[in-house]
Ligand binder design. Structure first.
Ligand code: GLA
Length: 719
């Protein structure tokens, strides 16, 4: 049981609630009218008592008196962007929320949960604010639970997860945009007065044009190692909306949650509406420090098996597309073994009989092995893989249906489409209506059947290639505006069932590339597919940007034939996360094959540091001829530095040393180049031993140039 705190008996008595983590604090405080406000966000103070004095130091314009509300209602005093808008059962649209009490529960040594209850004095309407803090990691997950006891239905018109208030002498937003094969394109700009919105209305594959991840720098634009910065992301795989309002008092109000566009939610008396969490962290030491906090939180608390291992793999999508049969796959299984990776992943094209999946126009929904391509079924492939000493994994896209499928003919009412309008397709397909429990069962059973029939199946790639056009559910009837929300809830219900039955099996989260990379989904997955774009030059930039929010262990990086870079360059880039391949091994020269063997050996030595160590960005690909990224283990005894030439103009390279980070200045390290071709000699000095002090103050030159476009350095402590 937690400790319950109540509002004091004297009306004017203030309640101050510091929400502290190892380095930071967010402070909530009531005013004389019991409005709950967010009065501070930043590094924590030495004397907790002094939080009470913060608000009195500000004398900013605020006619409403609730501009910095911790959860801004609408229709009463507030005229700024609200966190919540409702229509009461009697049709009234006003809401006021005042503090009632708060409870702090200690979940374990690291985690605490603060719950603040707010109520409307005029209506039987309640909002609970939840702040789940991860002390060590400096991370907070914030969400709300909305409930009422009114006679009849209350409509929720807007329902944010979090409403933060930041103070600073200026705010800079870093956000992302993109499209297929162009994920995570960053933009950073100073916020001007008014509202800047980052949102998605795509329904599924919701991140296709804009993901919900963002950074806000305060006072000045934060750099990698300096400045005050908030990193945030909504844990939700559907429509989202993040409003950043620079208000009349020059404070920044951040209001984040499910997008309310076309999504009013009808709430029965006593029913609870739980919003997804906004996860955020703060650092006064730059974006790099903030990103390491988020990465370790993800590994320790969010993703499946974050402390565990991962399987290296060979995938067939780039190599064969839809064109394969048992003989071809038998070869690829041999290649998997020869290459020395753990698993073969069979991609799209293995299913559908009446409407065979020979291209992307047909078959989705009919999850039976295609008899022509695979007369002996998946089970024989799993066995064949085992005979080769490797594991077997498979691609599915279980939420989707092609109109050319038996499923579509049999269950037209399971398909999201308007009853009176022509169908509109995205990649020739439509979504199944996951708000419908029968559809949830169907989708769960696709996964369950695969594992039941093939208990040794070791991996699933779960894809989602379409957005939702013509949103309409035959199941939801009069509650059409629930579809976008209930779809995602339905998806999570299915994934929850999968995880209850198969708690640790590796699942890759894919959505036509990185169309669904968010922590709402990643709670159920071990890794994600960042982009179909595997051109290594592009990947350096894409992986660099994802890494601010997601740890390397979650990033599936495959070596393919995209781009013009040599095999070494492609492999070195893919090594920065979870390594995989999608190339034809038998076409490689003996030298290339020998190189890959060596590289995989190195990867096996270094993967623990890459997957579980701390990541430091040394030189950005955006501002330098050569990009450098390093990983160091917790003990600071082993590290790896990846360096890539990203500018092909004459004379480019590392003319000056690259300064390392995260080492122990007292320790001595041997610096050795790895991932070399057999017989190739490094231009680095033999037996180069330098102190952490030297490596971090002066640096080391990896000798990147047009003849050495990618260089991997391994660091080992020498005692
Ligand atoms: C999506 C995925 C690819 C591949 C294809 C198969 O585009 O991102 O990796 O699986 O689907 O159709």
């Amino acid at each position: 049981m937690g400790t319950v705190f109540m509002a004091g008996s004297s009306f004017a008595q203030q309640v101050t609630i510091p929400v502290e983590t190892q380095h930071n604090a967010l402070v909530l405080q009531t005013d004389a009218e019991k409005n709950l406000k967010m009065v501070y966000f930043g590094v924590k103070l030495n004397n907790t008592k002094e939080y009470e004095a913060i608000q009195k130091m500000y004398n900013q314009a605020d006619d409403s008196g609730i501009l910095n509300s911790a959860y801004t209602p609408s229709g009463s005093a507030n005229l700024a962007e609200p966190a919540i808008t409702v229509t009461h059962a009697d049709g009234n649209k006003s809401l006021n929320l005042v503090y009632v009490n708060h409870v702090v529960t200690k979940v374990d040594d690291d985690i605490s949960l603060l719950t603040v209850t707010l109520k409307d004095p005029a209506y039987d309407f309640e909002v609970k604010l939840f702040y789940k803090t991860y002390f060590k990691e400096d991370v907070t997950e914030q969400w709300s639970v909305i409930k009422h006891g009114e006679k009849g239905i209350v409509t929720l018109n807007k329902f944010a997860s979090a409403n933060l208030n930041l103070k600073g002498s200026g705010f800079w937003l870093k956000q992302y945009h993109g499209n297929w094969a162009m994920e995570m394109q960053p933009e950073e700009a100073k916020l001007t007065h008014g509202i800047k919105t980052i949102d998605s209305k795509l329904g599924t594959r919701a991140n296709l044009y804009e993901p919900s991840m963002f950074m806000v720098s305060m006072d000045k634009p934060a750099t990698e190692d300096e400045g005050k910065v908030l990193l945030g992301a909504l844990e939700w795989s559907g429509n989202f909306k993040i409003d950043l309002e620079l208000d009349v008092a020059n404070n920044l109000r951040v209001i984040a949650g499910i997008n309310n566009a076309a999504s009013e939610y009808h709430l029965k008396s006593g029913e609870e509406f739980t919003t997804p969490a906004l996860v955020y962290t703060y650092s006064d030491q730059g974006k790099g420090d903030a990103s390491r906090k988020l990465q370790s939180w993800a590994r320790n608390h969010k993703i499946v098996d974050g402390q565990g291992s991962r399987l290296t793999l060979l995938n067939n999508w780039e190599a064969t597309g839809f064109d394969f049969n048992e003989a071809k796959l038998a070869e690829l299984l041999k290649d998997t073994k020869k290459l020395g990776v753990d698993l073969f992943l069979l991609d799209d094209g293995w299913f559908g009989n009446k409407y065979p999946r020979n291209d992307d126009h047909a078959g989705l929904g009919d999850w039976q092995e295609n008899k022509q391509k695979l007369p002996n079924g998946i089970s024989s492939l799993v066995k064949e893989a085992q005979a080769n000493g490797v594991k077997f994994g498979i691609w599915i896209e279980p939420e989707m249906v092609n109109p050319k499928s038996e499923l579509y003919t049999k269950h037209p009412d399971w398909v999201i489409k308007q009853p009176n309008r022509p169908e509109k397709y995205f990649r020739n397909q439509l979504e199944l209506d996951l708000s419908n429990p029968k559809v949830q069962d169907f989708v769960f059973n696709i996964v369950d059947d695969l594992f039941t029939k093939n208990p040794d199946l070791a991996y699933i790639k779960w894809d989602c290639n379409a957005v939702i056009y013509n949103a309409y559910s035959a199941y939801l009837k009069k509650d059409q505006s629930h579809l976008y929300i209930d779809y995602v809830r339905g998806l999570y219900k299915v994934l929850e069932r999968v995880r209850v039955k198969y708690p640790k099996v590796p699942l890759m989260l894919c959505s036509g590339g990185g169309g669904r990379v968010d922590y709402g989904a990643l709670k159920y997955f071990t890794e994600f597919w960042p982009s179909d774009n595997t051109d290594p030059i592009e990947r350096i930039f894409i992986q660099w940007e994802y890494s601010y929010f997601y740890p390397a262990i979650t990033s599936s990086n495959h070596v393919t034939d995209w781009g013009k870079q040599p095999l070494k360059f492609r492999t070195d880039v893919a090594m920065m996360g979870k390594l995989g391949f999608d190339i034809v091994i038998s076409k490689l020269s003996a030298d290339d094959q020998a190189y890959l063997h060596g590289a995989l050996n190195n990867y096996n030595n270094l993967k623990d540091v890459i997957w579980h160590g701390n990541q430091y960005r040394l030189q950005s690909p955006w501002d330098n001829d050569a990009a450098s990224i390093m990983y160091v283990n917790e003990a600071k005894s082993t590290g790896v530095v990846f360096n890539y030439l990203v500018n092909n103009r004459y004379g480019t390279g590392t003319h000056v040393p690259v300064r390392l980070k995260g080492l122990d200045p007292q320790k001595k390290y041997q610096v050795k180049e790895v991932n070399l071709y057999p017989n190739a000699k490094s231009s680095l000095e033999n037996n180069l031993i330098l102190t952490g002090d030297f490596l971090m103050t002066v640096g080391v030159n990896p000798h990147v140039n047009s003849g050495r476009t990618s260089v991997v350095l391994q660091l080992d402590e020498v005692k």
